[in-house]
Write a protein that binds this ligand. Structure first.
Ligand code: SAH
Length: 256
């Protein structure tokens, strides 16, 4: 969500007038359209605004919610989750959404016990999406994360190339150096993918295919975690690091 600072002089009732370089940015760089929303801040609190019209030298925005809290992380976390058994996916989705994930992508892997046919898959995704929606509401998220369609492992590795960072928590990885190193690379505005294996874990050749594509494996400590614990730990670890060390900056796009 973009955030613009507007002085008291440029606020009249429910309307804010965005001028000068921010006006140029909104109109010519971001090419915003009437109806687009963004935050307007006076330096203390932020109001959620909707773009109403362009005047000659100002973008006019209407306040639609005062003291709006932006609860989104300044980094988009994509959780690629190896399909687990029974209703574990529901728990993973609920917790990952609370922790601030941007999107959840179920992944079919060689050691997945569950195989979903077309009909089952569609109804599962609809159910998972509704779980994401309730978790987003409960945790006061500004956006509802998407649960995407189930994809293959190969597709997940292809998608990893579109993201700024991509990690695979892997129990055979020793030491915390790679984990620390990855966290240190996270910057505001980045996209970060995390791929968690199913109960049976990754096959050696899956790991080889991923690392051959430049993906890093990282450790989540010396114990073997269940798939749902690994997912929640990995997202939680990244969320806390981002909250503590990565700041959302002015004018930066942090959500859709
Ligand atoms: N193959 C293992 C366990 C798989 S655990 C076995 O059966 O012994 C499921 C997933 O959780 C793994 O694929 C991995 O992504 C993640 N995981 C579990 N413990 C981990 C750890 N200590 N470090 C990093 N990832 C871990």
């Amino acid at each position: 969500m973009y955030n613009f600072f507007v002085s008291e002089n440029n606020r009249h009732g429910d309307y804010c007038y965005i001028t000068d370089s921010d006006f140029n940015h909104i109109r010519n760089v971001l090419r915003m359209r009437i109806g687009d929303t963004f935050l307007v801040s006076d330096g203390k609190s932020s109001d959620l605004c909707r773009l109403e019209e362009f005047e000659n030298e100002a973008a006019v925005a209407k306040i639609i919610e005062r003291n709006f809290q932006n609860t989104e992380l300044p980094v988009k976390i994509y959780l690629f989750q190896g399909l687990p058994k029974s209703d574990k996916m529901e728990l993973i989705i609920q917790k990952a959404v609370e922790l601030g994930v941007h999107e959840i992508i179920p992944v079919e892997m060689n050691r997945c016990v569950v195989k979903l046919d077309d009909k089952k898959r569609k109804s599962k995704i609809a159910r998972w999406q509704s779980i994401a929606e309730s978790a987003a509401k409960q945790s006061k998220r500004n956006k509802i994360p998407e649960v995407s369609d189930v994809i293959s492992f190969r597709k997940a590795i292809e998608k990893s190339k579109e993201l700024d960072l991509f990690i695979i928590p892997y129990e055979n990885e020793k030491g915390m150096a790679a984990t620390k190193d990855t966290l240190g690379k996270i910057r505001s505005g980045m996209s970060l993918g995390i791929l968690i294996g199913p109960e049976g874990g990754f096959e050696e050749r899956e790991i080889q295919a991923a690392t051959g594509n430049g993906v890093e494996t990282v450790s989540l400590g010396k114990r073997i975690l269940r798939t749902e614990t690994a997912a929640i730990t990995a997202v939680g670890m990244c969320m806390l690091h981002i909250e503590m060390n990565v700041n959302g900056e002015k004018d930066e796009k942090v959500t859709d």
